[in-house]
Design a protein around this ligand. Structure first.
Ligand code: 3HC
Length: 715
């Protein structure tokens, strides 16, 4: 590849080899096609196009990346006046009479792939990946992707009058999936995978032989079968439930079929502009950048190298333990699960085998990969068998005394460099570290159930956790393909600490007159996949009860409803009864008159006259409880940034991504409005409402949690 730009300070480099003009994107770290880069690219394309001595043009990237797409930062501000953008550069490729070859090494994503699709030929190294992930940012491919990809794939996969190809294109864009070079070649996106040798040299050769040959996708005919478009609309969520961009994307694909190419492009551009300014896109872009901030930890030198984790162990073969073990297996790290109970081990083995088998059945995993993953998880009975691992995670019962015993044993058995981690969801990491001779190597790694599915991982920093341990833990999170959020060591860390306040408010609302069903419905309408009571039934009322026994007692009254249910043996789904009743084999919560009676008795006992409660009040009180505790945790330094809190709640608790997480949502509502409401609640409802100092501070200056001013969105 062109490693050194001809003009190092520029965003694009170019040179001529044997009459072929090579234009390379040189805008680190991912060759994002910002306004400035697109303008520089456009200039080079126009210059080469107008140069009669140039036979053909190769577009390539640099330093192992073709392009990560349009510059996402550009979507947060209005475009500079008169600026050229990626679409102009792509249009120049389209308009030129010369032959273009895209030489891809590394990622060609979003606008990067769209640029390549405008070329006549596309070749790539085997490690390259291509994709149109715009949907994950609440956008649609706006550089011609919705027009070119369906055309290309329908023509390359003509079965059923091109429907197979159209389906592939829709699927790839609606899931935002990245394809390996091999897959992309199979689909027809790439013309060639350059297995050995220099992809750029091969591209120059190809350009020489194909000079004068036009192979534009825009020239291909394309007709989409209308019922298939209608079917696609039916598969994605409704507009107001996270499907806003998906419907527009499908509309753009329909336009590719109904209009000629130029009109289709214009239609796509208009839909893209509408999306960029939408709340879901702004929320998703906030989450994109928040995720990239996670690894930036004040005080930790970026030069500190993480210790590799090549061998891991998990203590406890329960659901959580085996789930965590599968996370390691999925990342290609062999893992030993230690448990003394033969029954538990049998159940664990079955859980692992069944989980992978189910994935094979659903076509998500090849049989070979599934077997390799099953083989990566081994079960052992004593600590000596895990002495040489680099990291161990205990996932035993949530009880401090038991956890301390496990930590003592691990400290004695494991090699001195090993990291000892706890999967505790609430308990004090320092207390566990204190029973070891290596407190610096102790850290919390709090996975969320089901561990092999949920993307969140809280990394809990004990007071003695060393920078090396934290760096290694954060790097491990990435390797495990989790979103690792650093949390201070406070009861419940970030997520569960906020959950307690959210659940508290939901229970108080029930005492005041709402029903669990009403609350769950209001929360689901807000966008959560389930309400707090269904969630409690799913996780287990007994689990929450036991956690509450270990929790520090708050200086205000707590609701007794779930304690009553616990005493009645109503543990939730596992017993068929909890806040709701579940018919045998069903997970569908149904209201239970027995619970209504219990709730009415509680209201009476507390002297509360039950009243009509609006859904708006439910949302306000539950969400403001989250926001207030989030602000408290940020103010106390338990959470590093508002974006970290948002990531925790979106990826760990199902807060609707298109609302950006509780803190981003709060900015949209207004910190002053929320603060004023909390002051009023404190007077009317009691001392559980105590505005967090950070919220007060922001409210007084009408400030936002987000550090930058944001566009106005309608919450
Ligand atoms: N625009 C601006 N910055 C980007 C970017 C982009 N498209 N893609 C990545 N970056 C930045 C990140 O913010 C990060 O910056 P930082 O170092 O200051 O935090 C840096 O590049 C490195 O990113 P990662 O930490 O994510 O690096 P990885 O190597 O893990 O991943 C990647 C690289 C796969 C390219 C990943 O960053 C990614 O998925 N990027 C987004 C890709 C995308 O969504 N492209 C579509 C953009 S929208 C578009 O093209 C519209 C068009 O259709 C008109």
């Amino acid at each position: 590849m062109l490693e050194t730009p001809v003009r190092p300070a520029e965003l694009v480099a170019a040179e001529t080899r044997d009459g072929i003009r090579i234009i390379a994107l040189t805008h680190p770290p991912v060759n994002a096609l910002s306004f400035a880069t697109s303008q520089a690219l456009l200039k080079e394309i126009e210059a080469a196009d107008g140069d009669a001595s140039i036979a053909a043009i190769v577009i390539t990237g640099s330093k192992g990346t073709f392009s990560g797409g349009a510059d996402i930062n550009d979507f947060l501000k209005p475009p500079p006046a008169d600026s050229k953008n990626l679409r102009d550069a792509i249009a120049a490729v389209e308009k030129s009479n010369k032959t273009f070859v895209a030489a891809i090494d590394g990622n060609a994503l979003g606008g990067g792939l769209e640029l390549a699709l405008a070329c006549d030929f596309r070749i790539a190294t085997p490690s390259s990946k291509v994709g149109l992930p715009e949907i994950l940012l609440g956008l649609l491919p706006g550089g011609g992707g919705t027009q070119r990809l369906p055309r290309l794939l329908a023509n390359k996969n003509p079965m059923n009058h091109g429907m197979a190809g159209l389906q592939m294109a829709l699927d790839m864009m609606l899931k935002g999936e990245q394809k390996t070079a091999k897959q992309a070649k199979g689909m027809g996106i790439l013309d060639e995978v350059v297995e050995s040798g220099d992809v750029l040299a091969r591209a120059v050769d190809l350009a020489k032989t194909k000079a004068g040959t036009k192979n534009r996708i825009s020239a291909l005919s394309f007709v989409a079968f209308p019922p298939m478009i209608a079917y696609a609309h039916g598969l994605v969520p409704p507009e107001d439930r996270g499907g806003y961009a998906a419907h527009k994307l499908i509309d753009a694909v329909a336009a590719a079929s109904e209009m000629d190419f130029a009109w289709g492009l214009a239609h796509e551009a208009r839909l893209f502009t509408e999306l960029v300014q939408s709340q879901p896109a702004q929320a998703a872009i906030h989450l994109f950048f928040a995720e990239r901030e996670l690894g930036k930890i004040p005080g930790l030198s970026p030069d500190l190298k993480p210790k590799p984790v090549d061998k891991a162990a998990v203590v406890g073969a329960g659901t959580m333990g085996t789930g965590i073990a599968m996370v390691f297996a999925n990342a290609g790290i062999p893992v030993k699960v230690i448990d003394v109970s033969p029954e538990q081990v049998e159940r664990g083995k079955k859980n692992v085998a069944d989980t992978y088998q189910a994935q094979v059945k659903k076509g998500r995993l090849s049989a070979e990969r599934a077997q390799a993953n099953v083989d990566a998880v081994t079960f052992v009975g004593d600590y000596a068998a895990i002495a040489d691992v680099d990291l161990v995670i205990e996932a035993v019962f949530e009880n401090m005394a038991i956890k301390k015993t496990v930590f003592e044993a691990l400290d004695k058995a494991l090699q001195p460099e090993a990291i000892l981690a706890s999967n505790t969801s609430t308990l004090d990491i320092d207390e566990m570290a204190a029973v070891t001779k290596r407190p610096g190597n102790v850290v919390g790694l709090h996975f969320f159930a089901p561990a092999n599915i949920m993307q969140l991982l809280e990394v809990v920093r004990g007071k003695a956790s060393s920078p090396q341990t934290l760096t290694s833990a954060m790097a491990l999170a990435k390797k495990l393909r989790k979103k690792g959020v650093l949390s201070g060591n406070a009861f419940g860390f970030i997520g569960n600490r906020m959950l307690f306040d959210y659940a508290r408010e939901a229970n108080f609302l029930v005492e005041e007159g709402a029903s669990p069903m009403q609350i769950d419905k209001a929360i689901k309408d807000f966008g959560f996949p389930m309400g707090p009571f269904a969630m409690s039934d799913l996780s287990g009322i007994d689990v929450f009860y036991k956690i509450s026994q270990e929790a520090p007692k708050p200086p205000y009254r707590t609701s007794e409803i779930s304690t009553r249910l616990y005493e009645m043996g109503r543990y939730g789904q596992k017993t068929g009864r909890g806040f709701f009743i579940y018919e045998s084999g069903s997970r569908e919560p149904k209201a239970d008159p027995e619970v209504d009676v219990l709730i009415a008795e509680e209201s009476r006992r507390l002297g509360i006259t039950r009243r009509e409660i609006s859904d708006a009040e439910v949302i306000e009180r539950c969400m403001y409880a989250l926001v207030n505790q989030g602000a408290q945790l940020i103010g106390d330094g338990i959470a590093l940034r508002p974006g970290d809190v948002d990531i925790v709640w979106v990826y760990g608790y199902g807060f609707p991504w298109y609302r950006g997480g509780p803190m981003w949502w709060a900015d949209g509502v207004g910190t002053k409005k929320i603060y004023d409401a909390i002051v009023d609640y404190q007077e009317r409802l009691g001392p559980q409402w105590q505005a967090a100092p950070l919220l007060k501070e922001l409210a007084e200056k009408n400030g936002t949690f987000a550090p930058h001013p944001k566009i106005e969105v309608n919450n």
